[in-house]
Write a protein that binds this ligand. Structure first.
Ligand SMILES: Cc1cc2nc3c(=O)[nH]c(=O)nc-3n(C[C@H](O)[C@H](O)[C@H](O)COP(=O)(O)OP(=O)(O)OC[C@H]3O[C@@H](n4cnc5c(N)ncnc54)[C@H](O)[C@@H]3O)c2cc1C
Length: 576
């Protein structure tokens, strides 16, 4: 069913029931303000990206929505690096529901024009592999550059500004917002939901829980799992810094991976045995006024158990000091907030939805920020969940089985991410294994990008938002893609090889050979575009139109029948 908001123009001129943000929609604060009503159609808990975009969509469709936040904006939040897919999803959700303010996030220029000048750009994904005491080398680094499509681009989002803007957007679309108000109890009744805060009780027909890992509802319903049954077992140590030098300027010119762009112009990952570090500059876009960067270590808890006798800053300093080029990279960087150290970062729940309620995807569970899948999953989930909820309101039926697809989606996202990321950690101990797994990740993500792009191209051609509706029918968007079965098979074979390596039944060389051979033998991976399975293939630049042309020509003429018929069946728009 098409729930798209074709009626709302994409002109950024929306007037919600409270008018624009400049006049009468100020947040409700402890010292007074607009009181909430006694009852709503929907109460949304939290005001991160998932909560505020959900509230905005529901408000845009005429529902009476309250959003309740324990803290206040602007506030520090993590989750800053985008991918082509997160950008595309922001574009799709904005287009589908006629909400330009969500779509702005999918374009670096639109962010500066409409939201903030504090965000960076992501022209590439870089991985630099490090060994203790050794400098990096070009043959141990990867650079992957996504295509330049004029309708979206990837950014580094300064979440303090972006999240604040999205809360103001929700208000503009008629959502009643209160901050500094903690949800303390949620009672899911047969005919209504009662949400208790530290400032009183409110009723609603439905509750959407976007409060994250400390969700009161997940605890009350017995959904939260104390020890997530996920293979990934990692923790984080992170901060924001000023004065970070571009990595490209601190390493030897011959250590760069055959680059088209500076590694500083994208998200850079420093990878080592048992962990990795994200480097997300906000100052790397010519229109950005920012001077900060986000940096953070993700550590395998078995290989890097926490030592509580040292501070998070000291722990970060010691790990960084093991790798001379990471140390050189961060030599001039000064933290602008204290380093934060987490415990195990994985969380999961036994259930994500039921009668009159659902949890947003990151309230349900989370694996690890490697590969920046968090916001992809958040927007996939917002797209699917809000459609189901709008249909439920249309039918006046909030029974549990209507929301079962949300359960399936969130569960699928969690196990897919765990498979991808736990195997990445297993491969980090040996560069040959890491190289093979990275090539496999690239194959999967490139084809998944194409699958979502195909829907966008079809939409651009027909102008019908119904082009996106089939994405609502899959367990998770892409689960029914024509390459999904082959991709799952290769993943499994490569994961088995890593397991054999871990238990000593294969050497790193044997496991790597097997993994590379799997990719060489896969006829859905076009080797003349990127030489999957060749150890030397570590740089690919899809911003080069000739390379994109080769890929499309192969897809439309020589690719396996099911790939040609079900993936490359789009008309290439003029702009691409
Ligand atoms: C270390 C780390 C790095 C990450 N990096 C990336 C990345 O680079 N790219 C990417 O795509 N994703 C990344 N992610 C994932 C990304 O952060 C999440 O997908 C995203 O932030 C989820 O947003 P959210 O709105 O669901 O939750 P949140 O942003 O966590 O919002 C939850 C809100 O609920 C409020 N709240 C909590 N309890 C209550 C209560 N009782 N009552 C009322 N309000 C309450 C909180 O104050 C908060 O504002 C990362 C995650 C982590 C942990």
């Amino acid at each position: 069913m098409n729930r798209s908001g074709q009626t709302a123009p994409l002109d950024g001129d929306r007037q919600g029931k409270h008018g624009t943000n400049e006049d009468d929609s100020q947040p409700y604060r402890a010292d007074g303000g607009t009181a909430l009503q006694d009852s709503y159609d929907v109460i949304v808990g939290g005001s991160g990206m998932s909560a505020s975009t959900t509230a905005t969509i529901l408000g845009n469709h005429g529902l009476d929505v309250a959003m309740i936040e324990a803290g206040s904006h602007p506030r520090f939040a993590i989750g800053e690096a985008m991918l082509p897919q997160s950008s595309m999803w922001m574009w799709i959700v904005g287009q589908y529901h006629g909400i330009p303010e969500i779509q702005y996030l999918s374009d670096a220029n639109a962010i500066v024009d409409n939201i903030t000048s504090s965000c960076g750009i992501k022209h590439s994904i870089g991985f630099a592999y490090h060994e203790p005491g050794q400098p990096v080398s070009a043959d141990r680094s990867h650079q992957l550059i996504p295509p330049n499509l004029p309708f979206y681009s990837e950014s580094h989002l300064l979440r303090a500004d972006v999240d604040h803007y999205l809360v103001e957007t929700a208000q503009k679309y008629g959502v009643d917002y209160v901050d500094e108000t903690a949800i303390t109890d949620v009672d899911i009744g047969d005919n209504e939901v009662t949400v208790t805060t530290d400032r009183g009780e409110i009723d609603a027909a439905f509750y959407v829980d976007g409060t994250g890992g400390n969700s009161v509802l997940a605890d009350q319903m017995g959904y939260r799992e104390d020890a997530p049954e996920l293979e990934t077992n990692s923790r984080a140590v992170f901060t924001h810094v000023e004065g970070l030098a571009p990595f490209d300027e601190v390493i030897a010119a011959d250590a760069r991976p055959g680059q088209s762009n500076r590694l500083h112009d994208g998200t850079l990952h420093h990878v080592f045995d048992g962990g990795w570090m994200w480097i997300i500059p906000f100052d790397n876009f010519e229109r950005s006024a920012a001077t900060k960067a986000s940096v953070g270590l993700m550590l395998d808890r078995d290989k890097h158990p926490v030592d509580d006798s040292i501070s998070p800053a000291e722990e970060a300093r010691r790990i960084i000091a093991e790798f001379p080029d990471i140390e050189r990279h961060l030599a001039t960087a000064e933290p602008v907030k204290p380093w934060t150290r987490t415990g195990r970062i994985q969380r999961s729940a036994s259930q994500s939805a039921g009668h009159r309620h659902y949890l947003t995807n990151s309230t349900y569970g989370f694996v690890d920020p490697l590969y920046a899948i968090g916001l992809v999953n958040t927007f996939e989930s917002v797209f699917v969940s809000t459609n189901l909820l709008l249909e439920a309101f249309e039918d006046g039926d909030f029974s549990a089985d209507r929301f079962a697809p949300i359960d399936d989606l969130h569960h699928q996202q969690l196990i897919d991410n765990d498979r991808l990321i736990s195997n990445a950690y297993k491969s980090m101990g040996e560069f040959r294994l890491w190289n093979a797994w990275t090539q496999m990740w690239l194959g999967g993500v490139l084809f998944h990008d194409l699958y979502i792009q195909r829907h966008c191209f079809n939409y651009l051609e027909s102008g019908e938002t119904a082009e996106f509706d089939s994405l609502l029918d899959e367990t998770s968007p892409g689960a029914d893609a024509p390459f999904a079965a082959e991709k799952a098979d290769i993943h499994q074979t490569m994961a088995d090889a890593l397991d054999d390596y871990e238990v000593g039944e294969a050497t790193a060389a044997e496991a790597a050979e097997l993994m590379l051979a799997e990719m060489k033998g896969a006829d859905w991976l076009p080797k003349h575009v990127y030489d999957w399975g060749n150890e030397g293939a570590r740089h690919v630049d899809f911003a080069n139109p000739q390379l994109v042309g080769k890929l499309i020509e192969w897809g439309k003429t020589e690719s396996p029948d099911h790939i040609r018929e079900d993936l490359f069946d789009f008309t290439v728009p003029e702009m691409a």
